[in-house]
Design a protein around this ligand. Structure first.
Ligand code: HGY
Ligand code: MN
Ligand code: MN
Length: 417
């Protein structure tokens, strides 16, 4: 049997698919694919076509979540592998996409090696995990676990459109069917993802596994002062919303800096009216607050809210502090994490690092219906959410081999009963 290295046909095909998918974007010159955009639709159609090419049974839902199923001879609960194909703005081409393409490649590799499977294996591509458009994350995987509830459906984007209306008017309805997994309907959910950190690079390991995924609070703060003429309004009379927001942003940073491992980020700031000669009357900024421990995170949210309230009060601007979404920290399943370590060992990797994830993943959502485990893949400099995000084809081959070994062993054990 041909050794499965970076030049194996299955690995080359997967690598080429990652490059091609990385070129499907909403924008020219950089990679951006947001929920329900044209670029996302093209990416979903491309993934569906590749899944069909690989002989998988393919379907999609109205959000654009896509699934490829390799049926097993005996049926039974499916093993689900997946990740997201949406991206941040000016993104790298591996965050999310790697988990879908590598899972497809693992099934492809098993097929080329004549390894039949007895139980079904599903590969899922989720339409929205980053939450760039609505700031609420995991919309794709929440739909696939039946947990995209009314509160999330009412969240609005920058143009005031709700998630529900966007799906209704921009969804992929032609040929769509619901893709929903409920508790007890999944053997396990596995996600292959770039580490987005430097531990694997610094320890010289291509793969790691994850023991826990950070909880996160996503919020939106709107400060309303008074728009006035920049030339005729004396400084003491101003109620400058942007100056107040700037002070809040520094207060958010200072609070997190003083309470490691807390991290808190203001990633987006919109100013109105946005004219250079008008005192800004309104400033709206996002909040992204994370901590491995949920209680510590909640305390941080309260402290940051209080700091912003004090600043806005002193500056006589009104504050609306809205929590858009809360996601609790998740512990990965020990048995399935051990299976991933065992699979990595079976292909010759020792000392597989066990890491916590500061990034959120669709595994957080699937943990509500199934045991979850994650395989991290080394990425250059730990860089992510950046166009220079990169992995090597060698490490892609190692990840595909480990995933195939895990699927194969699970299938064999399930068959043997
Ligand atoms: O923000 C995150 O943690 C992930 O990249 N969606
Ligand atoms: Mn991701
Ligand atoms: Mn991401």
């Amino acid at each position: 049997m041909e050794p499965v290295g970076k030049d194996h046909p299955v690995i080359r095909k997967a690598w080429d698919r990652l490059q091609e998918l990385g070129g499907i974007s909403d924008e020219s010159g950089r990679l951006t694919r947001v929920f329900l955009s044209q670029g996302s639709r093209r990416a979903a159609e491309k993934l569906s076509a590749w899944m069909r090419e690989d002989g998988l049974d393919v379907c999609h839902d109205a959000l654009g979540n896509v699934r490829g199923r390799r049926h097993g001879a005996e049926g039974g609960l499916p093993l689900v592998l997946g990740s997201h194909y949406d991206t941040v703005i000016d993104a790298g081409r591996y965050d999310g996409a790697l988990g879908i393409i590598a899972a497809m490649a693992a099934l492809d590799l098993m097929a080329t090696q004549g390894k039949a499977i007895t139980r079904p294996v599903d590969v899922l591509g989720f339409a929205d995990e980053e939450g760039v458009r609505f700031h609420a994350t995991y919309l794709g995987s929440r739909a696939c676990t039946g947990t995209l509830g009314p509160a999330l459906m009412e969240v609005r984007d920058a143009n005031g459109m709700t998630v529900a209306d966007a799906i209704r008017s921009e969804g992929w309805h032609e040929g769509a069917q619901d893709i929903v997994y409920r508790k007890g309907e999944v053997a396990a959910y596995l996600e292959i993802h770039i580490e987005q950190g430097r531990v694997l690079e610094e320890t010289g390991q291509p793969l790691g596994v994850v023991f826990s995924i950070c909880g996160q609070t996503r919020g939106r703060v709107t400060l309303r002062g008074r728009t006035e003429h920049a030339g005729t309004t004396p400084m003491p009379l101003r109620r400058d919303a942007l100056a107040a927001a700037a002070e809040c942003v520094l207060a958010v940073e200072a609070h997190a800096a003083g309470n490691a491992p807390l991290v808190a980020t203001v990633g987006k700031l919109d100013v109105r009216p946005g004219a250079g000669n008008a005192v800004p009357g309104e400033a709206c900024f996002t909040l992204d607050i994370r901590h491995p421990d949920d209680e510590s995170r909640q305390k941080a949210v309260a402290a940051i809210k209080e700091a912003c309230a004090s600043i806005s009060g002193r500056r006589q601007v009104a504050m609306d502090f809205m929590i858009v979404q809360e996601s609790a920290a998740v512990a990965c399943d020990p048995e399935w994490t051990e299976r991933l370590i065992d699979s990595a060992n079976s292909i010759g990797l020792g000392d597989v690092p066990v890491l916590s994830s500061g990034a959120g993943h669709d595994a957080v959502v699937f943990s509500e219906v199934a045991p979850v485990a994650m395989l991290f893949v080394r990425c250059l400099g730990g860089l992510s959410h950046h166009p220079d995000e990169s992995i090597t084809r060698e490490d892609l081959a190692v990840a595909v081999r480990a995933a195939a070994a895990c699927i194969e062993k699970w299938n064999r054990q399930a068959h043997e009963g």
